[in-house]
Design a protein around this ligand. Structure first.
Ligand SMILES: [Fe+2]
Length: 373
C-alpha cells in the first residue's frame, strides 16, 4: 500500500493514522506537536526541544493534514504548522538480536589490531556484541593493561573499588572466590553495584594446562525458554525483587532487582544471577516457595550442557561479554606449573552503544545520516 494518512474524527481530531507498506501507526496530536521538526519547536543544531511540552493545551487537535509520498504537512489547533518526513513517523525496525545455545558454532572474532585501527572492523565487532552478547578479540598485547587501547576506542574504563583492569588469578589469600582454583557456576557480575557493569572484558595472559575453560550461556535464551515452558515461573522471576550484597573491610555495596527484568514492551532487558552475593529478602513463605521453584528452573536452564559454550581462552585472546545478558563461569582448574592469569575490565553500556550508533550513522550515505540523527 502506498502511503496513506488520515485524521481520526472520532477522537475529536486528536489522533492521526499513518499507514505504509510495512507499518501502521496511530499518533497523538500532542506527541506530533511536541516533536514538530521545525526551528520554532526544536533547536536545529542539537535537536533539543525549545518549547515547554508539559505546558501545551491538553485538548490540542489536528486542524489540517496534507501529505505526499515523503512528507506530511500538519496544522494544529494552536495555530502552529509543521512538516514531518514520513520516516520519522513510522516505527523503525528493532535491532536484530540472535538468541543462541550450545549449537552456536563460533563466537565472532576480530583482531585487536583491526579493531583499534579500523572503524569498519570496530563497528562489526560492536554489532556482533549487540546481536549475540559476546565477541572475541585475538592478538591482544600480552601486557597487564593490553586491552586499554581498544577500550579507549569506546569510552572510559569503569573504575570500581578493585581499581581499573583487575587481576583474575588464583592467590593464597583470596578475598573473592574468583581468585581460587575452584570452578565458578554461571553468574552475572556484580549485581550489587549501581549501575551494574555493562560489559566484561576478559583478557587471557596465561591459562591453566588442565581445566580453566570459560563457560558461557545466553541468559536471554534461557529466560525466553522459561517464559515458554512455564509462564508463571517466568512471571515470578520478573516480579520478585532480589537483593545482592558485597562487603569487605572498606566496601559495602548493595542493590536490588529481579532475576529477569523486562522493559516497558515486555522484552527481556537484563538478567541477574549471582549465587555468591544474592540475599533474598524474607518474603512471605508462600511467595518464597514459588520464587525458589522458579529460580531452580532458571538455574537448570543456564547450567544445561545444551545451553552452554565452553571456549578456552589462549594467551592474547579476550572475550567481551554483555553482562546484562550472558552468564559466565569457568571449570575448575589445576596448575601443575605457572599461573592462570586473566585480566578483567568493565566498560559501561551507554558509551559502548554510543560508539556503535555513531559508527553506524557515519557508515551511511549522507542523507541517511541526517535521518538517523
Ligand atoms: Fe565473573
Amino acid at each position: 500500500m502506498p502511503l496513506y494518512a488520515e485524521i481520526i474524527p472520532e477522537t475529536g481530531a486528536r489522533e492521526l493514522r499513518v499507514v505504509d507498506r510495512t507499518a501502521e501507526r496511530r499518533l497523538h496530536a500532542l506527541w506530533l506537536r511536541e516533536r514538530a521538526p521545525d526551528p520554532q519547536t526544536l533547536d536545529p543544531r542539537t535537536g533539543q526541544r525549545l518549547i515547554e511540552a508539559a505546558a501545551l493545551p491538553l485538548d490540542l487537535a489536528i486542524a489540517s493534514l496534507d501529505y505526499d509520498a515523503t512528507h506530511l504537512h500538519i496544522g494544529f489547533s494552536d495555530g502552529h504548522a509543521t512538516t514531518f518526513p514520513v520516516a520519522e513517523l513510522l516505527p523503525a525496525p528493532r535491532e536484530p538480536r540472535t538468541l543462541w545455545d550450545a549449537t552456536l558454532t563460533a563466537i565472532p572474532e576480530v583482531t585487536f589490531e583491526e579493531a583499534v585501527a579500523d572503524d569498519t572492523a570496530l563497528l562489526t565487532m560492536l554489532e556482533d556484541l549487540e546481536r549475540l552478547g559476546v565477541a572475541k578479540v585475538r592478538g591482544v598485547p600480552l601486557e597487564d593493561d593490553g586491552m586499554l587501547p581498544l577500550v579507549a576506542r569506546l569510552g572510559p574504563l569503569r573504575r570500581t573499588n578493585w581499581g581499573g583492569v583487575a587481576d583474575v588469578k588464583s592467590v593464597a589469600d583470596a578475598f573473592d572466590l574468583t581468585m581460587t582454583q575452584r570452578g565458578l557456576e554461571p553468574h552475572t557480575d556484580n549485581p550489587y553495584r549501581d549501575p551494574i557493569p555493562g560489559y566484561i572484558w576478559l583478557h587471557c595472559l596465561s591459562n591453566a594446562d588442565s581445566g580453566g575453560d570459560s563457560t558461557l550461556a545466553d541468559g536471554f535464551q534461557a529466560a525466553e525458554r522459561l517464559r515458554e515452558s512455564d509462564p508463571a515461573a517466568f512471571d515470578i522471576l520478573t516480579r520478585t525483587p532480589t537483593h545482592f550484597r558485597y562487603v569487605d573491610d572498606d566496601t559495602h555495596l548493595e542493590s536490588e532487582g529481579p532475576l529477569i527484568e523486562l522493559d516497558a514492551r515486555g522484552d527481556i532487558f537484563r538478567v541477574r544471577f549471582s549465587n555468591r552475593t544474592e540475599r533474598t529478602p524474607a518474603l512471605e513463605p508462600a511467595t518464597l516457595e514459588r520464587y525458589y521453584a522458579a529460580r531452580q528452573q532458571f538455574f537448570s536452564l543456564i547450567t544445561a550442557p545444551e545451553m552452554t559454550l565452553t571456549p578456552k581462552l589462549a594467551p592474547g585472546e579476550m572475550l567481551i561479554m554483555d553482562n546484562y545478558r550472558l552468564l559466565h563461569g569457568r571449570t575448575a582448574f589445576t596448575l601443575t606449573q605457572g599461573v592462570r592469569h586473566l585480566r578483567q575490565g568493565y566498560v559501561d553500556r551507554d558509551t559502548t552503544a554510543s560508539r556503535r550508533l555513531t559508527l553506524k550513522r557515519q557508515s551511511l550515505p549522507p542523507h541517511f545520516q541526517e535521518r538517523a540523527s
